[in-house]
Design a protein around this ligand. Sequence first.
Ligand SMILES: Nc1ncnc2c1ncn2[C@@H]1O[C@H](COP(=O)(O)OP(=O)(O)O)[C@@H](O)[C@H]1O
Ligand SMILES: CC(=O)OP(=O)(O)O
Ligand SMILES: [Mg+2]
Length: 395
Amino acid sequence: MSRTVLVINSGSSSIKYQLIDPDSGESLSSGVVERIGEESGRITHKYAGEKHTLEAPVPDHEVGLRQVIAACGKFGPDLAAAGVVAVGHRVVQGGSRFDKAIVLDEASTREIAELIPLAPLHNPANVTGIRTALEVFPDIPHVAIFDTAFFSDMPAYASTYALDKDVAERYKIRRYGFHGTSHAFVSREVARHLGRDDLKQIVLHLGNGASASAIDSGHPIDTSMGMTPLEGLMMGTRTGDIDPAIAFHLARVGHMRVGEIDSLFNERSGLKGVCGHNDMREVRELAAAGQADARLALDIYGHRIRKYIGSYAAALNGLDVITFTAGVGENDSDLRREVLEGLSFLGIELDRESNAQRTDGIRAISTPASKVTVLVVPTNEELSIARQAAELIES
Ligand SMILES: Nc1ncnc2c1ncn2[C@@H]1O[C@H](COP(=O)(O)OP(=O)(O)O)[C@@H](O)[C@H]1O
Ligand SMILES: CC(=O)OP(=O)(O)O
Ligand SMILES: [Mg+2]
């Protein structure tokens, strides 16, 4: 009989879920609860080739998860008959405590809750998701897969801030890195695809949150997100790298409180801050229609990515592969062109035709003569979580 893993990814205002057969990789059902905490929420549930959309208030993640279970009851799949062997939870911040996947219990869930100050936007939702799921499925093992785990053995020079040592230790301030499940999955796909383990790789995960990583022979040596997922590239609603003195300035001169600055940097900045929209498709449309702010937002976005590619090529002392992944990376061929055409000094030659094609699966978008191979690789964090969860409960 086939077995399945229910994967739950509780984001700050959404819950994504998928029922996956970890052996075949097949996704049997999937969905998303959006606009949690807003006036009206929405559930989109897919099963057996059909898509169901429900509009209902979803005040919090507990209600959201219970609505997911209700949607499965109403539209299928029948979870009791689906051979669910584990529930896999994406947890964003594992701190220094968790460097690999764990089977969850009350004590480890409490430890994850204690990490909330290090990921205030993400971990509260993760903890609510875990607690609710433990109640709903008390007889199935629950596994936590941490975004930070892949980066836990980054070299100290990349994970340490140039900050007073005692202060850093006392407050657990270091660069943890995030999106690790995706960076690990994608970089392994690249190594498998090219048939080589000894690659110097840069992976660009460009979704709502965006991050870059530098990977040498399978080991991450640097990544753009830091103590929290705010550092690094420009994102949908987050600033990315910013002079920390801006926060002092806003507090002193703008009389803003810490919470206001936090939400300004995390929720009202990035693409949204510069041009009013955080969805890359809308930003593209506006820029194409000649809107100057949208064009500027795209230029900043691309410029930041180029800077990270340059600095990571230096940190790696060489570069074999650049890989684009996640919503923007996989779909926005204009962005890839804009980024890569500014990098000819690295010997990168873009194959414009392959870049513009929309095909599924792994593909090269550089010419055979290019000194650096450029790939588009679909990420699949859910499949990776399902496989890790199934592996862990077996061992
Ligand atoms: N065809 C496309 N062109 C440009 N951007 C796209 C396209 N399809 C999706 N995106 C963008 O991808 C982003 C979401 O990426 P995704 O990886 O799904 O994010 P997350 O998992 O962080 O929610 C959005 O900004 C969306 O606009
Ligand atoms: C860590 C992070 O930024 O996650 P997401 O992209 O899902 O917001
Ligand atoms: Mg994502």
